[in-house]
Design a protein around this ligand. Structure first.
Ligand SMILES: [Zn+2]
Length: 329
C-alpha cells in the first residue's frame, strides 16, 4: 500500500469517526477541504396538519452547498406505519429521512410514493425496501432509462454528498385510485407534462394535495423533460381538486392554489418569449437575455431556469420539433 493510500484510509476513518460523533470539531474540520460543506443534511420537518409534515427543499439549484436537497418531502403518520412522498437527492439524504420519520412517528416507512424520475426527488430510494417504493409505470421506466445519466449529473453538481448513491427502481407499480394505509386514504393520480410521468396525490382525510413538480411556488419551474401542453392539462386537473393545503414540488405549502396559477403563468411566459425570440431571428444567447416581466423578480432562479429553457427549447425550434399548440389548449 502506498503512502497515498494510507492518507485516504486515515481521512476516511476520521470521517467515519466524525459522523459517529466521536471526533472533536477540529478533527471534523480537518476531514474536509476549505470549500466543502460538512456533509450532514439538517432536515427540519414543518407540521402542516396533525400527523403530517413537510421538509422544505432549498429554493436553489442543485449545488454542493445544499447537497441537492431542493425538493419538498411530505411525511404522513398512519396507525399502520409512515407514508412519505419522494425520498430526496442521495442515499445519505434517504438514510437521514428514514431516521427522522422513525423519530417523528415511532414507525417505519411502509410506503414511499415517487412523484417523478428527477434525481432531487428519488435518489434517496436506497434507504427503503424496493416493495415500499411505489410509482407509476412511466416513472419506473424513466428511471431505468435515464437514471444513470442523472446519477452522473448529480455527482458532478453535488459531489461527495452523493457518495454511495445508486439508481434504485421502485418495486411497486401504482395506478390511479385510492390506496388505504391505516386510517388514511391516498388518492393517486397519474398525470404528466413536467416529465412523461408525474404522480400527484391527495390524502382524502386531511385534504393534503401533493403535486410533485407539476407545481412550483416562488421558484421557477424546470422544463428539461416538459411537454407544455400536457403540463397545462395536468394543471387543469389539479385546479379542480378541493384541498385543505397544497404541497408543491418546490416552494412553500399553501392553502390556496397560487402555485398552480404561477406555474401556468411561467409556462406561458417561457413558451411565448422563446417563440417570439426565435421568430425575430434572435440567437439563443440573445434569447437568453430577453427581459422577463416584473412579477418574476420574486421568483427564485427565474433567469437561471429561463436560460436553461432556452437551451433545450431552441434546438427543438430550429429542428421544427416544437409544434405550435393553440394557447387555449
Ligand atoms: Zn422535477
Amino acid at each position: 500500500m502506498t503512502s497515498g493510500d494510507d492518507k485516504v484510509d486515515v481521512s476516511r476513518r476520521q470521517a467515519i469517526a466524525a459522523f459517529a460523533g466521536i471526533a472533536t470539531l477540529p478533527a471534523l474540520l480537518a476531514v474536509f477541504d476549505a470549500n466543502a460543506a460538512p456533509l450532514v443534511y439538517e432536515l427540519r420537518p414543518e407540521p402542516i396538519a396533525p400527523g403530517i409534515w413537510v421538509i422544505r427543499g432549498a429554493q436553489e439549484a442543485i449545488e454542493r452547498s445544499n447537497g441537492g436537497a431542493i425538493a419538498n418531502i411530505t411525511i404522513f403518520d398512519t396507525r399502520d406505519g409512515a407514508v412519505i412522498v419522494d425520498t430526496g437527492p442521495s442515499k445519505r439524504y434517504g438514510l437521514a429521512l428514514e431516521a427522522l420519520v422513525r423519530q417523528l412517528t415511532g414507525k417505519p416507512v411502509v410506503r414511499a410514493y415517487l412523484t417523478h424520475f428527477h434525481p432531487d426527488h428519488v435518489f434517496g430510494n436506497q434507504a427503503f425496501a424496493a416493495n415500499v417504493l411505489s410509482a407509476p409505470r412511466g416513472v419506473i421506466d424513466g428511471l431505468a432509462e435515464l437514471g444513470e445519466s442523472f446519477a452522473s449529473a448529480m455527482y458532478h453538481a453535488a459531489g461527495d454528498w452523493m457518495r454511495g448513491t445508486e439508481v434504485m427502481r421502485p418495486g411497486t407499480e401504482c395506478s390511479d385510485g385510492v390506496e388505504t394505509i391505516g386510517e388514511r386514504r391516498f388518492r393517486l393520480m397519474g398525470l404528466g407534462g413536467h416529465t412523461p410521468s408525474d404522480l400527484a396525490l391527495i390524502e382524502e382525510t386531511s385534504g393534503i394535495l401533493v403535486t410533485g413538480d407539476l407545481t412550483f411556488l416562488d421558484r421557477a419551474p424546470t422544463t428539461p423533460h416538459a411537454d407544455l401542453a400536457r403540463w397545462r392539462s395536468s394543471l387543469d386537473t389539479l385546479s379542480a381538486i378541493a384541498h385543505a393545503r397544497l404541497v408543491p414540488g418546490h416552494g412553500p405549502v399553501e392553502e390556496g392554489a397560487r402555485g398552480i396559477a404561477q406555474t401556468r403563468d411561467w409556462l406561458s411566459l417561457v413558451e411565448e418569449t422563446i417563440r417570439t425570440a426565435f421568430d425575430r431571428g434572435l440567437s439563443s444567447n440573445e434569447a437568453m437575455a430577453e427581459p422577463l416581466p416584473a412579477w418574476t423578480e420574486k421568483v427564485a432562479l427565474a433567469r437561471y431556469e429561463f436560460e436553461r429553457s432556452v437551451m433545450h427549447f431552441y434546438p427543438k425550434l430550429e429542428a421544427g420539433e416544437w409544434p405550435r399548440v393553440d394557447k387555449a389548449g
